[in-house]
Design a protein around this ligand. Structure first.
Ligand SMILES: [Zn+2]
Length: 82
């Protein structure tokens, strides 16, 4: 009877340790994935104000990147002599 109780306790401890290890592994995996996603986001530079921003937030016009359509218009104004 006493041996069975010890076995039960050992099983419970092993189960608890396994669960804790699994949670630690999951947190570690999330931390490993998170920075890579940031690196994947390609940074581009606005041709007008030279500010760096993610490609998803930028606008592409005539092979150039701009932070907004407004800066694209201003860039064109400065390029074309009046
Ligand atoms: Zn800009």
């Amino acid at each position: 009877m006493n041996l069975l109780l010890i076995r039960l306790i050992i099983f419970a401890v092993l189960f608890w340790a396994g669960l804790k290890l699994y949670r630690m592994y999951r947190e570690w995996k999330l931390e490993q994935d998170a920075p890579r996603r940031v690196e994947d986001a390609q940074m581009v530079r606005c041709a007008y104000c030279r500010v760096h921003l993610p490609e998803a937030d930028a606008v592409r016009r005539d092979q150039l990147w701009f932070c907004s359509d407004d800066h694209h218009a201003r860039f064109l104004e400065e390029q074309t002599p009046s």
